[in-house]
Design a protein around this ligand. Structure first.
Ligand code: NAD
Length: 540
């Protein structure tokens, strides 16, 4: 074993490449898109390093061209799920005893592989499998994932450095930040490759082993990420990759007595179901499972009459429609003063007319398709609701003939408590409530009280007093609060991400706060001169 207090290189954010015409990255990704589109990838279950092809498969298709099969996902059955848990348990002893420096090195190497030779592979898989444009893929599966893998080791070192400040003589007090006493179940959403890979690797970094259930729709990039981790030297059994439909996997894994943690990102409904299931199994666990869940949002933009209208228009457009509104942070309700509305409407509508929607392999498209047929149907129903009960200001179309295309849709409601102002849609539908300029205070109250979520939100104003008051009033309305910026695009190391209320446990992915959930500290007191008689002076 090496001796020394090793420090990881100071992390810096991975640069975001431009994919401008003629750039090396554009050439590389176009070749890789072509290669992957011609391949049908077989995605196995990975149990203790063994790739298991169960033969029970589902097709993984391209959202922009849903007849095109990209991969066959081999589904885990009860015996594979059981073996995956056993493999995690078997790998725990060796992995948890490895030094933090060794575990850090695996993720740092993974980040370098991703930044270099694997970048085009993972980005192309994210573009094809999740319908992201090159820019949206780059900020997710390259930049953010590299950041998770470089910043988390830095935070892990800080956790171990955290020691009791006082050791009165003749004692020495110490704190050992142990991995949890069991395995961690990571359940990941379709929409971010970076989240898919961060959820199993953050607990692993702290010495835990686990089972990872990726989303069946976002699984192509997740699978390439799993192979990248193998290439980076992650030992067999530390992360066991188990594809399958939610409840088929969840129902079995949640019941295991060794479950020590749930690391979840996805919808509020699924999270609440999993939490309830954990509650129902409480008597069976060896230790109370740690529950970390980042879930839905109904993210807002609230503009004061003093807001900069040009920048506000861009924030509404980008914040609501980029990646087809399928970011948990996407703006989906906005409160605009009457005095600004005509200009804002004209500007946003003009942007919507200019930006194109279509297959993400055509780099002139700003928007791609939504993830699958279920999402398409849901969003089409919300568009119909808007037509029937509100004013569709722009957009509103949809077409599922080739891909799952939902046109960006701008809606105006008269009722600030309309369903479109309250419910998470998770698609490119932005609803506006136009308020009386004189009713700023009442509007802030509406922003705070209209939806059950508390994930992201943005206030737009020039007046400093107004900004300060809004920040105070909206203290719990958003875990990520923006001033004169769009509410999307949080960066690791800059704006740790997560929200409370119905949006989750707010454990801030990509920060030290998240990593502390994956350790169970042991306080150690050593006495160099323990007493040798039982009496106390007061007895005299
Ligand atoms: P989802 O809840 O449908 O699925 C998430 C994962 O849970 C998938 O892997 C799914 O298969 C799995 N799952 C479903 N039922 C399960 C069960 N019974 N047992 C075990 N696993 C089960 O969510 P989604 O559609 O993939 O993602 C979109 C949602 O995620 C949105 O609500 C969005 O706001 C949220 N999200 C939140 C954040 C955040 O940081 N707050 C980030 C990304 C996405």
């Amino acid at each position: 074993m090496s001796l020394g207090t090793f420090r990881v290189p100071t992390p810096v954010n991975e640069p975001v490449l431009s994919y401008a015409p003629g750039s090396a990255e554009r050439v590389a990704i176009q070749a890789e898109l072509e290669r992957q589109a011609k391949t049908v990838e077989e995605i196995p279950v990975v149990i203790g390093g063994e790739h298991v092809y169960t033969g029970n498969t589902v097709d993984v298709t391209m959202p922009c061209d849903h007849g095109h099969v990209l991969a066959k996902l081999h589904l885990a059955g009860p015996s594979e799920i059981d073996r995956a848990v056993q493999a995690a348990e078997a790998a725990r002893s060796d992995w948890s005893r490895l030094s933090q420096a060794d575990r850090n090195a695996v993720l740092l190497k993974a980040a370098d592989l991703l930044a270099g030779p694997w970048r085009a592979t993972i980005n192309a898989a994210t573009m094809l499998g999740q319908a992201k444009t090159s820019h949206q893929a780059e900020i997710d599966s390259a930049a953010e994932l590299c950041d998770f893998w470089r910043f988390n080791p830095h935070y892990a070192d800080q956790i171990h450095a955290e020691q009791p400040p006082i050791s009165p003589r003749p004692t020495w007090n110490r704190m050992e930040h142990r991995p949890l006493d069991g395995f961690v179940f990571s359940v990941t959403p379709f929409n971010f490759t970076s989240i898919a890979l961060n959820l199993p690797t953050a607990p692993a970094l702290m010495g835990n082993t686990g089972v990872w259930k990726p989303s069946t729709t976002g699984v192509l990039a997740a699978w390439h990420g799993m192979k990248l981790l193998e290439a980076a030297g992650l030992p067999a059994g530390v992360v066991n990759f188990v594809g399958g439909h939610g409840a088929d996997v969840g129902d079995i894994v949640i019941k295991r007595p060794e479950l020590a943690g749930l690391h979840f990102t996805g919808s509020t409904r699924t999270f609440q179901h999993l939490w309830r299931e954990i509650g129902n199994n409480l008597d069976n666990y060896k230790a109370y499972p740690r529950i970390v869940g980042e879930t839905g949002g109904k993210d807002f933009i609230v503009a004061h009459p003093s807001a900069d209208i040009d920048a506000l228009a861009v924030a509404v457009f980008r914040g609501a429609f980029e990646y087809q509104g399928q970011k948990c942070s996407a703006a989906s309700r906005a409160y605009i003063p009457k005095s600004l509305w005509p200009t804002l409407k004209a500007k946003v509508t003009a942007f919507m007319g200019e930006a194109k929607m279509g297959d993400v392999r055509d780099f002139s498209n700003m928007f791609g398709a939504v993830i699958d047929g279920r999402a398409f149907k849901k969003h089409a129903e919300y568009q119909a609701l808007a037509r029937e009960t509100a004013e569709v200001v722009a957009g509103g179309g949809n077409d599922d003939s080739t891909g799952w295309f939902i046109e960006p849709t701008l809606v105006r409601v008269d009722d600030p408590k309309h369903r479109l102002m309250q419910e998470e849609i998770f698609g490119p539908i932005m609803t506006i409530y136009v308020y009386d300029d004189a009713k700023w205070e009442e509007t802030l109250e509406l922003v705070d009280q209209t939806s059950p979520y508390g994930l992201t939100g943005a206030v737009w104003a020039r007046d400093r007093g107004v900004i300060a008051k809004a920040a105070e009033k909206l203290r719990y309305a958003a875990g990520n609060f923006y001033i004169n910026d769009k509410p999307t695009g949080a960066v690791v190391g800059q704006q740790p991400f997560g929200g409370s209320r119905a949006s989750g446990t707010n454990d801030k992915a990509g920060s030290i706060l998240n990593l502390t959930r994956w350790v169970s500290p042991r306080s150690i007191k050593e006495n160099f001169n323990p007493p040798t008689s039982w009496g106390y002076p007061f007895l005299g």
